[in-house]
Write a protein that binds this ligand. Structure first.
Ligand code: FAD
Ligand code: NAI
Length: 497
């Protein structure tokens, strides 16, 4: 009894302490304190975007150094790695959003958040023009502001290669609304297939889901669709589940070309077991309302009926990025994106524009990992530049000062010389992870000086814990963990919104 009481007492104490700490941090998050107002003597830092690069910068930035203005058409940060889970209802859409104001309201100095799309950047006059592109607009919906420093982090958009019918008939998997649209269409296909009197050919067509692009997005989405089918649809649509088919189409000889060979093989065999068809060396040539047109490995053209097409064929630049690059034609001639130097300064500018993430053309892959490290790096650079600018200002004051201040002047000049040197950005690769369905994930992890390639259920648990810890806030972590538990207990929701 004594031991039992001791054990129960310890458990109660730990639970109370944990609960108390959780409550304290949640309340702290919920009730931000007062902030310093904008200071006209500080420089203006404009950040375009609220994605991985921009949010990581905002998280690490000392905002007392600048008057910061964030411009983005989305007033939130989207945790893209879990977007395919939203598309099948494993995770609720709001669980992976972090409103930008939740980040900025905790900073020391006020940050202005503007929900708008940057439409033009003038690198000579140092201005940004932006427009409110949302449904509801006020009397003013277009304006131009000056900047001292600009961080360009607008990401990329979906690459369609101008293939006919893609924009009209396919769903994308890039933004939150893409995942929501896909979920609605998927359930619409199920319900239309359940409509009385449907022919068996039409049922087969409606229940054929085609995912285009065997990169990580396409693979993860196919895995999630399979889980939805096996774990939920079999229970709620027993008469239809057998007819659901998932086909992944990839133009290259294999899926996941950026992963190690053994993980590619593992993914392909897992998909085979899961009855997900992979068509490699096959290119989508057209998307029609009720079919996709494929060029097969032998170059023959085949039209395949389907109910849903999800397009995950990679990235291309946004128009605002192309327009900005076109203003600096000599320095900006890489079709993949903005050319930056080793300190993320846009080539061809005077060092006042920085660019990070998917809108840049660097030696790194366009991933969240790269964008967030670049964002955190820029926070350090901007901190250093603020110190340098302050020192320069002080040196100007000392110009007019008497000889007695000579020593301070010499020291300030020495410090200034140090601050002029910026340390280049260094990427530290933490590994690549992808979920492949059936409670399995794959991971290529740096291991000593080599690579550890691993796949399976244990890797899936690692994948979950890695993403849970990468989420930006305790709120997101709690919501995502709760969603996973909800699905474990009650399954996914099959109602169509
Ligand atoms: P984004 O995060 O896309 O942010 C761009 C921001 O700019 C957005 O806030 C957008 O609203 C805003 N914006 C757009 N237009 C304008 C404009 N005109 N003016 C101002 N703002 C604008 N990478 C990984 O490393 N691991 C993963 O597991 C992973 N999973 C992914 C899953 C999916 C489904 C997708 C689509 C991508 C995934 N990625 C992953 C890639 C990763 O999301 C991107 O590399 C990352 O988002 C790039 O960050 P970014 O800041 O450059 O752009
Ligand atoms: P991607 O560029 O990696 O893959 C797109 C694939 O589509 C390519 O393999 C391409 O050959 C194929 N394709 C293009 N046109 C086609 C056509 N007409 N027909 C058939 N196939 C066609 O794009 P994805 O997957 O969206 O990823 C974008 C970036 O985001 C990558 O850098 C990726 O590493 C990163 N990402 C990382 C994830 C992870 O680490 N888990 C998850 C999702 C994305």
């Amino acid at each position: 009894w004594k031991r039992f009481l001791q054990a129960t007492g310890s458990i109660t104490l730990v639970t109370l302490a944990g609960g108390g700490a959780f409550y304290y941090y949640a309340q702290k998050d919920k009730t931000p304190g007062p902030q310093l107002p904008h200071d006209p003597s500080k420089k203006t830092l404009v950040i375009c975007g609220s994605g991985w690069g921009a949010t990581s910068l905002l998280n690490s930035l000392e905002t007392e150094d600048y008057n910061v203005i964030v411009i983005s058409p989305k007033n939130y940060f989207l945790f893209t790695p879990l977007l395919p889970s939203v598309a099948v209802g494993t995770i609720s859409p709001r669980s992976i959003l972090q409103p930008t104001r939740y980040v900025t309201r905790h900073k020391k100095r006020q940050v202005t958040v503007i929900e708008a799309s940057a439409t033009d950047v003038d690198p000579v006059n140092k201005t940004v023009t932006f427009a409110d592109t949302s449904e509801i607009q006020g009397a003013v919906s277009n304006t131009t502001i000056p900047y001292d420093y600009l961080v360009f982090a607008v990401g990329a958009e979906v690459q369609t290669f101008n293939i006919p019918g893609v924009r009209e008939h396919a769903c994308f998997m890039k933004e939150l609304e893409d995942a929501e649209k896909m979920q609605r269409r998927f359930m619409d296909c199920m319900e239309s297939a359940a409509f009385p009197g449907q022919t068996s050919d039409e049922v087969k067509r409606l229940l054929h889901m085609v995912v285009v692009g065997g990169g990580p997005t396409g693979v993860e989405l196919s895995g999630e669709l399979h889980d939805f089918l096996e774990e939920d649809l079999r229970s709620w649509y027993p008469e239809l589940a057998e007819s659901v088919r998932i086909t992944l189409v990839e133009a290259l000889p294999s899926v996941l070309p950026s992963f190690s060979k053994q993980l590619i093989d593992y993914t392909e065999s897992t998909f085979k077991e899961a009855k997900i068809d992979i068509l490699t060396k096959t290119m989508v040539k057209e998307v029609k309302e009720k079919s996709v047109v494929l060029q097969m490995p032998d170059k023959s053209i085949v039209e395949v009926p389907c109910g849903l097409v999800v397009w995950a064929a990679g990235n291309t630049l946004r128009n605002v990025t192309r327009d900005l690059m076109a203003k600096l034609p000599e320095a900006q001639n890489n079709r993949r994106g903005i050319t930056v130097d080793e300190c993320m300064r846009m080539a061809g500018t005077d060092g006042s524009i920085f660019a990070v993430g998917d809108c840049t053309a660097t030696t790194y892959a366009p991933t969240a990992q790269v964008a967030s490290q670049q964002g955190a790096y820029l926070a350090r650079v901007l901190g250093q530049l603020a110190k340098r600018d302050n020192l320069e200002y002080r040196l100007n004051e000392l110009d007019a000062a008497p000889e007695a201040e000579k020593q301070e002047r010499e020291q300030a000049e020495k410090r200034l010389a140090k601050l002029e040197k910026l340390r280049p950005f260094k990427y530290s690769h933490q590994g690549s992870l992808a979920y492949i369905g059936s409670d399995k994930a794959i991971a290529d992890l740096p291991f000593f000086n080599g690579n550890l390639a691993t796949g399976g259920v244990a890797t899936f648990l690692f994948w979950r814990s890695a993403y849970l810890s990468t989420l930006f806030s305790m709120r997101n972590r709690t919501l995502v963990a709760t969603d996973w538990l909800k699905v474990k207990f009650f399954g996914r929701d099959v109602s169509r919104e």
